[in-house]
Design a protein around this ligand. Structure first.
Ligand code: CIR
Length: 257
């Protein structure tokens, strides 16, 4: 069975952290409706959705991806680069505890899950404004004993590694070349449409992709590649510098679906 942990949209989403975007008004009601449909897309892809409650003092808590890296053997609880986001962690710990052995990153490490792309046994980590070298070293120490190869990449111009690159299939990277000058070797590179710089963030679940509806030209490139896509409108979450990978933590557990 596949579980997707999500978290309710905070009433204070508009007070989110912003790094590369200007602050604009966010309609929380609409964000919640979009989040509901995103969760439905997760169910359509075969996940059982476990939505955690939140509180008003956690504006960014809907972006659960940044709090943990979950692989088959272990869950690594991060220490997010934005201090305002560290109070989001305890609820994620409680949600993951029944399913995985937990490893905790500790100071001076900082690392956001949005900077970590797991592609089979290859794990790529973005060195970014949120993730530092100590975070990368501690992540490597947690994952290498389980056979994962951890490679650091430097991202510029965007928030997280997965703003610049994701893996829509086993042998393809979807990349914005402006934000990641040297994508890892060994796979076909599919560039985003140049009019859609934020389009590299797509969420793969088995043979399906959840993609943002706002990037039709890049979605068309994925369809041409043979991908099965489900486009969801996440416009209000994008105003908070969110995307589709960041709103869930997806992992398998024993037991039938
Ligand atoms: C932040 O700046 O932390 C949030 N406003 C957005 C986080 C998005 N996370 C992600 O893409 N993994």
């Amino acid at each position: 069975m596949r579980i997707a942990v999500t978290r309710e949209v905070s009433a204070r989403l508009a007070r989110c952290e912003l790094t590369h975007l200007e602050r604009v008004a966010i309609d929380v009601g609409r964000a919640r409706a979009q989040h509901d449909r995103y969760e439905q897309a997760l169910r359509d892809a075969g996940c059982r959705v476990q939505r955690l409650p939140t509180t008003d003092d956690l504006p960014d808590s809907v972006f659960v991806e940044d709090q943990a890296i979950v692989v088959d053997e272990v869950a690594v609880i991060t220490r997010p680069g934005a201090e305002s986001r560290r109070a989001e962690g305890p609820a994620i710990v409680e949600a993951l505890k029944p399913h995985r052995r937990l490893v905790f990153l500790t100071a001076p490490a900082t690392l956001d899950g949005g900077d970590v792309l797991v592609a089979g046994k290859d794990v790529f980590v973005g060195r970014s404004s949120r993730t530092n070298d100590a975070g990368i070293v501690q992540l490597r120490d947690a994952l290498a004993p389980h056979g994962y190869r951890v490679t650091a990449l430097t991202v510029t111009g965007c928030l997280h590694l997965k703003s610049a690159i994701t893996a829509p299939t086993d042998d393809t990277f979807l990349v914005n070349p402006a934000w990641l000058t040297e994508p890892p070797p060994g796979r076909r590179i599919l560039p985003v449409d140049p009019r859609e710089p934020h389009a590299a963030n797509v969420l793969r679940i088995g043979d399906q992709l959840i993609v943002p509806a706002s990037f039709p030209a890049t979605v068309e490139r994925l369809v041409q590649l043979g991908c099965k896509v489900n486009a969801v409108d996440v416009g209000e979450l994008q105003k908070a510098e969110g995307a589709v990978t960041c709103c869930s933590l997806i992992f398998s557990t024993g037991g039938s679906s």
